[in-house]
Ligand binder design. Structure first.
Ligand SMILES: [Fe+2]
Ligand SMILES: [Fe+2]
Length: 482
């Protein structure tokens, strides 16, 4: 453990393993940005809990086997640091037109604008989700869940630091300006919105939060995996370490939805209700009926697919050719990693029919990343269904068809049901409320969001976790309220 702690200098204002002390200009720039970040955190971070002592993990090293320590901390005192995964000596650019050349330690001049844009877009999502989740603390179903929310929030804050470090170290004045802008945009604000659509949506309740961390943080994971292979080595190292933290965010989402499903099924069994569509009776038990959970899945999955951008895209091709953004798990793929002569099948909806068209592989990279994402989602869905089956309730959660409810890409004009039937606009509109949560569904979920803040207490609609955090039990005092 000592050896790990030594890698990160915690004596400075900004903990880091990038020898910040040796770069006085950068250190000054970051120290000027730090109080502005703190102001943003106090303004836009978790509302009403800034004085609470929260049992959080803090990164103290970058060794995958022992990188974090746990302890009580007030969130504004959290040590947000700059941590890069260890440098791989002799690393080469693994894909694109520069494949085989030494990885760049400085910004390649010809790709400067493209690289900056990629970093800004990634960076913008990090504070955006903290803003979206700001009010949730007031209705947490337990101290355990409250702590998990705050852990995700402080780490999204650290991910912002990771991107701001890259901007300020490598992009001079415009990098510093972009770093300022990252603190000025606001999720859902009409005048200065966050860059991507899904990051301007509200997160109105805890089920939405769990869905967001399962579906939308997983998009984050896919993007980070692609950037972790970047030929620009500092970006690669930043993203590799961020992925270590991201795993917990997906855990929070999968187990959060899973525990909600678990509680619903248990309550149904206890009450002797066998029909999952007997909504009124099920809701009267103070739990969320499975068809509503399915509608939430439909929504979060489809808006998250839109985040991948158009399936067929020259921007994605350019970023790949440039060696900046790879495919998911690029180095595990067996091909030439240049893709100049390859094709990839992309599904289209043409004249009322689905048609698979072979597109140049380079242009279809977003479509491919979507497909990889869908596969990655399946694991969690399967585990939820196993859990339902175990209780004896007859219901299965399913991912909707990828053409369902799309606002970006090849399906933008198509009207497709979750099962994949192609419909007219009228038919689609008539059935929309059975596929996407209605205002009434939202109000019902909202009515259940009563806070549980006693140690070991859990709200009516969610099962306790099977194990706690850091080996602690479910009734540990994860947050000491001020
Ligand atoms: Fe993040
Ligand atoms: Fe995340």
């Amino acid at each position: 453990m000592n050896e790990i702690v030594e890698q990160v200098n915690y004596d400075e204002l900004i903990p880091n393993n990038v020898e910040l002390a040796d770069d006085r200009r950068l250190k000054r720039a970051l120290e000027q940005w730090q109080p502005k970040f703190k102001d943003w955190w106090l303004d836009m971070g978790p509302e009403g809990f800034q004085a609470a002592q929260v049992y959080l993990r803090t990164a103290v090293g970058v060794d995958p086997k022992g990188w974090a320590k746990f302890g009580y901390v007030k969130m504004p005192d959290y040590r947000w640091g700059i941590l890069l995964a260890p440098k791989v000596e002799g690393r080469e650019i693994p894909f694109g037109a520069h494949k085989g050349e030494p990885a760049w330690q400085e910004v390649p001049g010809e790709y400067r604008a493209m690289l900056r844009r990629l970093i800004v877009i990634q960076g913008d999502t990090e504070p955006a989700s903290v803003e979206q989740q700001r009010p949730l603390g007031a209705t947490a179903p337990s101290l355990y869940d409250l702590r998990n929310l705050f852990q995700v929030n402080v780490e999204e804050g650290r991910h912002l630091w990771a991107m701001v470090y890259l901007l300020q170290k490598y992009f001079g004045r415009d990098g510093r300006e972009e770093a300022e802008m990252l603190l000025q945009r606001r999720s859902g604000n009409a005048d200065k919105p966050r860059i991507l659509g899904a990051f301007n949506e509200e997160t109105p309740d805890w089920l939405s939060f769990f869905m967001f961390t399962f579906f939308t943080d997983r998009d984050g994971k896919m993007q980070l995996e692609s950037l972790a292979q970047s030929g620009f080595d500092p970006l690669s190292r930043s993203c590799r370490f961020m992925l270590t933290e991201e795993a917990h965010h997906m855990f929070v989402g999968e187990t959060g939805v899973g525990r909600t499903i678990q509680r619903t099924c248990e309550a149904m069994v206890e009450a002797g209700i066998s029909d999952p569509h007997d909504v009124e009776a099920i809701r009267a038990l103070g739990v969320i009926d499975l068809p509503t959970i399915q509608r939430k899945v439909n929504f979060h999955f489809s808006v998250t697919l839109d985040l991948f951008g158009a399936e067929v895209s020259t921007n994605a091709a350019n970023a790949f050719n440039a060696g900046l953004k790879a495919r998911y798990q690029e180095i595990k793929l067996e091909d030439d990693h240049r893709l100049l002569d390859d094709s990839y099948p992309v599904l289209h909806c043409i004249d009322g029919q689905f048609v698979e068209q072979q597109e140049p592989a380079l242009n279809a990279l977003n479509g491919r990343l979507c497909d990889d994402y869908i596969k990655d989602c399946q694991g969690g869905i399967k585990r939820w269904n196993k859990m339902i089956a175990k209780t004896g309730v007859d219901f299965q959660i399913a991912l909707p068809h990828k053409a369902f409810n799309r606002k970006v890409g090849v399906f933008i004009d198509a009207h497709v049901s979750p099962e994949g039937e192609i419909l007219s606009q009228q038919e689609w509109a008539a059935r929309e409320s059975s596929w996407l949560a209605s205002t009434e569904d939202g109000e019902f979920i909202h009515s259940l969001m009563q806070p549980s803040s006693a140690v070991g207490e859990y709200a009516s609609w969610i099962a306790p976790p099977r194990v706690g955090i850091d080996g602690k039990p479910g009734d540990f005092e994860y947050v000491q309220l001020a």
